[in-house]
Design a protein. Structure first.
Length: 439
């Protein structure tokens, strides 16, 4: 396999994660692209241009090219309106490929259902297999919405179903997600693979809490409870603020005050207004004990984790939860909601704790329990760093490559189509590619 096209329509791997539509998927696409490139596979990432200054193609790292496809207005296009631009985007992708001799790409890997729609067309035109990662499923997200969250439209579910039906292989983040693809979307179990996401373990590793706090301007003698992620109802930073309020009040006047640190920018409905969390902290009388930081680059985010006593991930729904792994890799225990991939990311009682539901009293009790025994918390931090070693992007890339190879094998055996679909007349590209790879 020489060259892979990754499709990430709605968000660029070069965007700052932790705000707007940029989050874990950006990190996933970027990190797996780097790891595939390290293994000698050229990676081209197609994404939608969001600025008139975006170059059509950017050499982002050795072996990784980002192609900014012009499709619709650069700025101000809401994610919900992106389906209107899929034809323009797909045309841009096909035109790039048409500039090269047949067989330029060996495989298409699409991320999120919008990209899956484009990957499906590219697969048919180029005669290569389509591997698809959904990242989230509308049906799963809609089943656990937070107050203020907008339900995903029914048409997204239709679009997701089409991609599940069309993809040659599906990649899920966890076994549970694989089971959802099978139970909700009737995916063929034989076509579903699991690739566990990771953390950049070179960046996220344990370090001195004191120097991290000094660098961030945080007091050395406080207990710091940290939320990292996009500020939106689904991520529930408000649950942490509400649950921490009595803990903060109880610690006032002691030698060890409690601080909540919220890191990230507004996203989606953004909890109505970007300032609504500040208002909430004010209403609860804890504004002086809550610190907000804008989205941080990885090296500084690692310092944020190291500065923390506990990282809190109270999400209502989470396909995996990279923040939980990054925090643990940095030697910090995690208090997480028992939803989605967080149950895989956090080892309950060993590297942190899982909380069922979102009742504020339960979260306050969990915070109290976690903070009641500083020695146990420190032991959990050490265990967390060990646990996180299992989640490397190298491992993710290994699993993806297995999926790619399965896709290529079954595709070629079936003569350029899945066995359960009518075989199209082989294209010149397909014939050239098959001859090149398998002799
Ligand atoms: N992130 C970041 N800077 C920030 C906040 C978040 O780089 O200030 C990154 C974080 O490192 C993580 C990603 O954003 O890799 C969030 O991923 P996660 O899976 O936790 O949530 P998602 O955004 O996918 O819902």
């Amino acid at each position: 396999m020489k060259r892979v096209a990754l499709i990430s329509v709605h968000t660029s791997p070069l965007a700052q994660p932790g705000t707007g539509d940029a989050g874990g998927m950006n990190v996933y696409v970027w990190q797996t692209a780097l790891k595939l490139a390290e293994r000698g596979i050229e990676v081209e990432i197609f994404t939608r241009a969001t600025s008139s200054t975006d170059e059509p193609s950017v050499s982002a790292a050795d072996g990784v090219l980002v192609r900014n496809v012009v499709a619709g207005p650069f700025e101000g296009l809401d994610k919900r309106d992106l389906p209107t631009q899929l034809c323009a985007f797909a045309a841009g992708v096909l035109r790039v490929e048409a500039m090269y001799p047949p067989g330029h790409y060996d495989l298409v890997h699409s991320h999120y259902w919008l990209s899956g729609q484009v990957g499906w067309l590219a697969r048919d035109r180029w005669g290569v297999p389509l591997v698809h990662t959904a990242h989230t499923l509308a049906a799963v997200k809609n089943a656990s919405l937070a107050d203020g969250d907008e339900a995903e439209p029914a048409l997204r579910q239709v679009g997701e179903q089409q991609v599940v039906d069309e993809a040659d292989r599906l990649v899920a983040n966890t076994e549970a997600e694989a089971a959802q693809l099978i139970s909700i979307h009737h995916a063929d179990p034989g076509r579903v693979d699991v690739a566990t996401p990771g953390a950049d373990l070179d960046t996220y590793h344990p370090g001195s809490r004191a120097s991290a706090r000094a660098e961030l301007g945080l007091a050395p003698d406080e207990t710091v409870l940290t939320f990292v992620g996009r500020i939106q109802p689904l991520k529930a930073p408000d649950v942490l603020i509400r649950a921490a309020a009595p803990v903060i009040d109880a610690a006032r006047g002691t030698g060890r005050p409690v601080r909540v640190l919220i890191v990230g920018g507004p996203s989606g409905t953004g909890l109505a207004r970007p300032t609504s969390l500040i208002d909430l902290a004010g209403e609860l009388g804890i504004a002086d004990a809550v610190t907000f930081l804008p989205p941080q680059r990885p090296e500084r985010l690692a310092q944020v984790y190291r500065a923390s006593d506990l990282v809190v991930v109270p999400s209502y729904s989470e396909s995996f939860g990279l923040v939980a792994i990054e925090a643990q890799a940095s030697g910090v225990p995690v208090l997480a909601a028992d939803v989605g991939g967080l149950g895989v990311a956090v080892s309950d009682g060993v590297t942190g704790m899982l909380v069922a539901g979102h009742r504020i009293d339960d979260w306050t009790a969990a915070l109290r329990t976690a903070l009641s025994d500083p020695e146990r918390l420190a032991r959990m931090g050490v265990a967390a760093a060990t646990h996180a070693q299992k989640f490397s992007w190298d491992h993710t890339a290994d699993q993806l490559l297995e999926s790619y190879h399965r896709a290529l094998m079954s595709f070629d055996i079936a003569g350029g189509a899945r066995a359960d679909r009518p075989t199209p007349v082989p294209t010149a590209a397909q014939t050239a590619r098959t001859t090149r790879r398998w002799g």
